[in-house]
Ligand binder design. Sequence first.
Ligand SMILES: NCc1[nH]cc(CCC(=O)O)c1CC(=O)O
Length: 319
Amino acid sequence: MTEKALRLGTRRSKLAMAQSGQVADAVSQVTGRPVELVEITTYGDVSREHLAQIGGTGVFVAALREALLRGEVDFAVHSLKDLPTAQHEGLVVAAIPEREDPRDVVVARDARKLTDLPRGARMGTGAPRRMAQLNAYARTHGMEIETVPIRGNVDTRIGYVRSGDLDAVVLAAAGLNRVGRMDEVTDFLSVDTVLPAPGQGALAIECTADNADLVAALAELDDPFTRAAVTAERSLLAALEAGCSAPVGALADLLADGQVVKEMRLRGVVGTTDGSTLVQLSTTGPVPETHEAAMALGRELATEMLAQGAAGLMGERAH
Ligand SMILES: NCc1[nH]cc(CCC(=O)O)c1CC(=O)O
C-alpha cells in the first residue's frame, strides 16, 4: 500500500499550477509520498480591480494560508515576491528552492528590444516598480514611452501585444519560463535598467510550524544562498515599510573572486512611477550565515535609502 498523499494547496492559474506541479514532483522525491494538488480560489483570482487598488500585500496568499491553518492542505507554494514580509503565526517557510532568472523581460511586437521601441510606445505593466524604472530609463535615454497599467495572467498580458493594443508588455522571466512561454521574450532587461521585485524568481514552500516531519523533509529542497539573498531583499522591503505593490526593486547576489565567493551585494531602488526621481543604492557585506545577518543587510541598505528620501517616493499608487 502506498503512503497517504500530501495535499498541496494551489491557485488555479496556469502559473500557480505550473510551479505547484514542479514543486509537487520535488516534494514527492524527497518524501517518497505522492502529492495531490488541491485547487483553492483566492480573492486575487476573482477580483477585476487592479492589484494596486485592492491594496495591501498578499491578496493571492491569504486563502492558501487559511486552508493551511484549517488543515485542509499540508503545504502550499507561493511566488516569494507575492508573499507579505511579515511572518505568519503558526506557519513556516520550510524551503526556498534555488531561484531562477530574477530578471524582468520585454515581450514586444516586431521582436523589438527596449532600446528600439518606437517613439511613444505603449508599454503594459501593472507594477509601480516597473513603471518607475522604465520611465526613469526613458527619461535618461531620450526615449518617449507611455506605461499603461494592466493586469491579468501571462496569456492575457501577452495577448495585448498580439492584438496590437500595446507595443510591449513587461513580465518576469521566471513566470514565463514556468508556463513554457520563454519563446515570446524579445528582450531581457538588465538589472541595471530594471531591478526586479524583492524575491522575484524564487518560490516559498510553506506549511504549518507544528508539522515537524514535513518541515524537516521540505528543508531538503532549501537553497541557503537563495534564502539569504531573498531574506536580505525582503528585509529591505520591510524596513522601507513598503508592500509588494510599492515601487521598490531589490536584488542580492554573490560577489566572487574567481571561484571563491567573497561577499553578498544588495542593490535597492525606490522611485516615483513617472520616473522623475529614483533613489538607487547598494551595499555589500560578508555572505550572511544566519537569518539575522541577512535581515541586517537589508535594514542597513534601507537606512541609507531612507536617508536619501526614499520614504517620500512610496506614498503614491498605480492608477
Ligand atoms: N505579480 C504576479 C507574479 N507573481 C510571480 C510572478 C512570476 C515571477 C516570480 O515568481 O517571481 C508573477 C508574474 C510577473 O510578475 O510577470
